[in-house]
Ligand binder design. Structure first.
Ligand code: PEP
Ligand code: MG
Length: 323
């Protein structure tokens, strides 16, 4: 079966009815790029940059160090887009294990909140990412946005980083796309705020599920309540895809749901055209896409989206896989 999958490496991901799907890889470090290419990825949909910062006894990597790593990923991907997520530190991704003092770290000073509170760390990272954009196609992705002022401040910081580089005569791509992770329910419910200001969206289902269902994603005692098929979660995902496409911007899913073949057809039916996942899942998802017919999937997906009954949804998702 593995050999059969491997044959699909160069096959474009197109549904039976001719709809083209973009398959991207999630990476933690530039060294993951060969595996992404080996799996036939169209690019990197999520470079979790915090892995460059973790396990270093709180020593923040310098601009030069970061630039080298981002550049390494960009050149390794040979012209394919590399989506670099700005520092998503805190909660389940602590900079330093001993530093966890907040009572509710998942609701605390993490990700973009941390970056806006530490503008020098943020600016250093943005400069390093922008410098790497001179070597290929880079996209900047901001995690955990909920407020309009956070979007505006992030964009202002990117403009400042660009101005500094320009002043120093350092090359970068002035047209670099900036996108938002949609992973807080408030963001999914206030999409006009995002589509107006952003070039693309990427749905982080791992956190979106955590915050929608109020379940700590790392607490095993509530792990049985962590249900991607909860109707509230499905509504938020579907709304985000529809609002992004209506505004003419790309929408990806980069949470674990994107790599779950049992959910591929449901996401296709919701209109998703960009999936980003661990490289190991990529070819299985592609195989599912190649065997999918949107004309058959759509009516079934509509039925799922109209239902608020968990049993009806679970049964219908199962049937979807048999179509
Ligand atoms: C997510 O939240 O779904 C996501 C992709 O980001 P992370 O798992 O790194 O929080
Ligand atoms: Mg997340």
């Amino acid at each position: 079966a593995r050999k059969k999958l491997q044959k699909l490496k160069k096959t474009p991901a197109i549904t039976k009815d001719g709809t083209e799907i973009t398959l991207l890889a999630n990476i933690e470090l530039p060294d993951d790029c060969p595996a992404a290419l080996e799996a036939g990825a169209n690019g990197v949909g999520l470079f979790r940059s915090e892995f460059l910062f973790m396990g270093r006894n709180n020593k923040i990597p310098s601009e030069e160090e970061q630039f080298e790593q981002y550049k390494k990923a960009v050149t390794a991907m040979k012209g394919r887009p590399v989506t670099i997520r700005t520092l998503d530190i805190g909660a389940d991704k602590p900079l330093d294990q001993s530093e966890q003092t907040a009572l509710n770290p998942a609701l605390g000073l993490r990700a973009i909140r941390y970056c806006l509170a530490e503008p020098q760390i943020f600016l250093t990272q943005l400069r390093a990412i922008l410098r790497a954009s001179a070597f290929g196609k880079v996209r900047i992705l901001i995690p955990m946005l909920a407020h309009a002022f956070e979007i505006d401040q992030s964009l202002a910081m990117i403009a400042q980083a660009k101005a500094e580089l320009r002043e120093q005569g350092v090359k970068f791509d002035d047209e670099v796309d900036v996108g938002a992770m949609i992973e807080i329910p408030a963001a999914a419910l206030a999409l006009p705020m995002f589509v107006k200001r952003m070039d693309f969206l990427s749905i982080g289902t791992n956190d979106l599920i955590q915050y929608t269902l109020a379940i700590d994603r790392v607490d095993y005692e509530v792990a049985h309540l962590y249900n991607p098929l909860h109707p509230a979660v499905l509504q938020l995902i579907s709304m985000t895809i529809a609002a992004g496409h209506k505004a003419g911007i790309d929408v990806a899913v980069c949470g674990e749901m994107a790599g779950d073949v049992k959910l591929t057809r449901l996401l296709l039916g919701m209109g998703l055209r960009e999936f980003s996942m661990h490289p190991a899942q990529l070819l299985s998802v592609k195989q599912e896409i190649l065997n999918s017919d949107l004309a058959r999937i759509l009516p079934q997906t509509r039925k799922i989206m109209r239902s608020m009954e968990p049993n009806v949804i679970a049964d219908a998702v199962e049937q979807l896989q048999l179509m």
